[in-house]
Design a binder for this molecule. Structure first.
Ligand SMILES: [Cu+2]
Length: 480
């Protein structure tokens, strides 16, 4: 047990315990800090429920949040616990790969919850009491993640995000320009880094981490430190730059400092981790691997739905623990030539697949992979690095029935531009331009826990908690 407890984690655990014992009204308490992001029950307070997702403030807002939280924990460690005076927040490098092999046991181990978060025991108590541990359940963590299974590499590989040339734009690194609107969540509007690995990692840990009060899980902060690190790493590439728009640079993000005082941090003062006085151990490790196969263009489209002609649609569909073909019904009256026209490289028309109303009753702890043109009974077609994959669905922020503050229990919309994908299906002889290629949805498999008997087993299917009922409200295919 001792090897999983380095000093920083041990002092972190002690500080978590100390902060949990403080009343929610204390800005330095565990609950006040988590409530800044989102409250469990939607209670209102001017400083709470402020987390921005699906917009371009996602990265600077969370950086300011981490900085203030780290300063609070450091003060608790030093002044209240008589610990070291230089405590700093570690990052969970779940994107780390050793020897270039994401399936090596070492690489997979990085994609499991770190050991100090998996066990109820810790060095300060005889048994139990570990402040970093949460049990399996909707108020804790997903059973698979809590059991030491690992998230798949295709769900965390940040390659696409890290190679995106621009910060701002549809399917760019940091999301579309969302002006000064504060957007709480829109799955399809997330930038590439926010979508993967950020959202999918939230969905994998499940439980508390699937919901807007996710900072109540102590692993939240280590997850976001890795996202913050990937932002710093992206900026080291030649030609990668932050936005220069005044609306982005001048926006002020409000938090509490280590003394509990209100502070406002402007985006423009949050852009360099060196100037802010911190650094990451590595900006080159765990920054993505180019997928071995060519990846067809797959584009999650932006916040605003495109205008176009409805070609096919389907109503509510329950997702389950198995692979499922979503039956799209051709729209009566739609031109039979609309889709093949869109798929023709000569035509400016696009084909956009929209998956809307993505929601679950309780955290499913499962992400889904979406394929178009795959045969559902052929495992080789369901390869997230192959030609039939178009993207992911997740349930982060889309859990529960209560819609509080306009974002609790939201329904997510995912939009994929499949124009180039359809062209590729024709080239591969998988689609002759007639009818609608099948849309296939399958749960993202996990890596087995370290003590699995079948050591040779590479992946296992996730279990779904009873009653979680992940589902899709509708799927529609339009051409523009
Ligand atoms: Cu997050």
């Amino acid at each position: 047990m001792t090897d999983v407890w380095d000093d920083r984690l041990l002092w972190y655990a002690r500080a978590v315990r100390a902060m949990r014992s403080k009343p929610e009204t204390d800005p330095g308490s565990w609950l006040f800090q988590a409530n800044i992001h989102g409250t469990r029950d939607g209670r209102q307070h001017p400083e709470w429920n402020n987390c921005p997702h699906g917009g371009w403030f996602f990265l600077p807002w969370h950086r300011a949040y981490l900085l203030c939280f780290e300063a609070i924990v450091r003060r608790v460690v030093r002044d209240e616990l008589n610990g070291p005076d230089d405590w700093s927040l570690p990052y969970w490098n779940y994107t780390r790969v050793t020897n270039g092999d994401p399936d090596s046991p070492e690489s997979r181990a990085c994609r499991r919850l770190p050991g100090a978060f998996l066990t109820p025991d810790w060095p300060d108590d005889e048994t139990g009491g570990n402040p970093l541990f949460l049990a399996a359940g909707p108020e804790g963590r997903d059973r698979d993640a809590a059991g030491g299974m690992s998230i798949g590499w295709p769900e965390v590989n940040p390659h696409r995000a890290m190679q995106a040339p621009h910060f701002t734009g549809v399917t760019q690194f940091g999301s579309a320009d969302t002006g000064d609107r504060l957007i709480h969540l829109n799955g399809g509007g997330s930038g590439l880094l926010e979508m993967q690995p950020h959202n999918l990692l939230h969905g994998f840990v499940g439980g508390v981490m699937s919901q807007f009060f996710s900072p109540q899980d102590p692993v939240f902060w280590l997850h976001h430190a890795n996202i913050d690190r990937l932002w710093a790493a992206w900026l080291t590439h030649p030609g990668h730059h932050n936005p220069t728009d005044a609306a982005w640079l001048g926006a002020t993000h409000s938090f509490r400092n280590a003394q509990g005082e209100r502070v406002g941090l402007r985006t423009q003062d949050l852009l360099s981790e060196q100037q802010l006085g911190y650094s990451y151990e590595s900006l080159t490790e765990g920054v993505g691997l180019k997928p071995p196969e060519r990846l067809v263009a797959l584009l999650a489209a932006g916040v605003d739905p495109p205008a176009g002609e409805l070609v096919a649609t389907t109503g509510p569909t329950d997702l389950g623990p198995e692979t499922l073909t979503v039956p799209l019904t051709p729209e009566p009256g739609a031109r039979a030539s609309a889709l093949p026209e869109a798929a023709s490289p000569q035509s400016p028309s696009r084909a956009v697949l929209t998956v809307a109303g993505v929601h679950a009753d309780t955290p499913p702890g499962t992400n889904y992979r979406v394929f178009v043109g795959a045969r559902p009974d052929h495992a080789e077609d369901l390869d997230p690095e192959g030609p039939y994959f178009i993207g992911h669905l997740h349930f982060f922020g889309a859990v529960g029935g209560r819609a509080h503050h306009g974002h609790g229990g939201a329904e997510l919309t995912f939009r994929f531009d499949i124009t180039d994908h359809l062209t590729e299906l024709r080239r591969l002889g998988r689609w002759d331009g007639e009818g609608i290629p099948p849309v296939v949805v399958t749960p993202a498999p996990l890596g087995p826990p370290p003590d699995a008997e079948e050591a040779a087993l590479r992946t296992v299917m996730p279990t779904l908690p009873p009653g979680s009922r992940p589902r899709i409200g509708s799927v529609s295919l339009i051409t523009t």
